[in-house]
Design a protein around this ligand. Sequence first.
Ligand SMILES: C[S@@+](CC[C@H](N)C(=O)[O-])C[C@H]1O[C@@H](n2cnc3c(N)ncnc32)[C@H](O)[C@@H]1O
Length: 367
Amino acid sequence: MTQDKQADFSRRLTDILNHGALNLALAIGYQLKIFDVMAELGRPVTSRDLARAAGLHPRYVEEWLGVMCTGRIVEIHCTDSSGDALKETQYFLPEAHAAHLTREAGNGNMGVYTQEIPLLTQIAMARVLEDFSVGDGIGFSAYPRFQAFMSQLSHAKHRQVLIAHFLPQVDDGQLVTRLQKGIRVCDLGCGQGIALQLMARHYPASAFVGIDNDAAAIDQARQVTADLGLSNLTFHEKDAAAIENDPLLAKKFDYITAFDAIHDQSHPLAALRGVLHMLAPGGLFSMVDIDAASHLAGNMDHPMGPFLYTVSLMHCMPVGLSDQGRGLGMMWGRDRAVSLLEQAGFRRIQVLEMAHDPFNVHYLSWK
Ligand SMILES: C[S@@+](CC[C@H](N)C(=O)[O-])C[C@H]1O[C@@H](n2cnc3c(N)ncnc32)[C@H](O)[C@@H]1O
């Protein structure tokens, strides 16, 4: 190895250490809503004023600002506009950064994703490390705060997009007309039911059902649905792999969705057969999943390759391996997804890219 190559790699590793550390501090800032407070203030403020506005301890905020400023997330102002030294240093979150770090950012919110790696770290350094030698997989329930995190992600993903952009594109707009008239809809792997609550509120003539095998998520979904007063939305706690053998669910739905919920199933083929079993003749299935190539070589230039493979290694693959499962992982990719849908028995499958969501792909399938 030449000296130059060694120096380059050393610089890259330095960047990696800095960015890993920044991710952790960004997650803390996001969770404590410090970015939201800075965006609301909309002007340079001292660390004491920021701490006061955020209701936090000033010394912690000051040190956190050290990370944010050296990491070029927050601007540091030591002089005023005429160049004179300020009495006290001030800090400012540029609008362009707030547009990706605050809850207001909606679909552009990347702050919510900064929590993912810190959230997975505890389990990665314990259970995942251990499972490298064993390979049994890890159950969903072992992951702390997973459903609460998914629900935040779901809000960020769906709030501005599901009704306004996603549904109108399904079946050339025909689905929306049917939703307005009244059809039966199921969301499989619904988690805390965010997508369903949005749809049920917007299409009161249609009936919506959520299915998930996580009892706590279903409880939370039911509670929020009751608080919202939505009478056209119910939930079932059920294992997707067992649906194909349930006669009560046969041909019950005209449209089924699965958002980010097939690749981490232990038995994804059985789950897809369950979807087919639940669909009425001519029914439609929207499977939205991470867009990737099915072969690693095809993902070498993926802009979020290391991030997505890490999340898959720490979560999607181990949960998919549990219960002697398939362990597809998040980066199973288009070819394997289409092949599994075909194996399950779907007769027509369209692979649709979504302008509003370049990291996912929509597999629209007909019974
Ligand atoms: C990554 S989360 C996605 C949640 C939600 N669809 C969203 O987009 O926010 C995957 C969901 O699938 C559920 N799930 C996993 N395996 C399942 C199974 N065998 N049967 C039913 N649900 C399952 C999990 O409990 C979790 O809520």
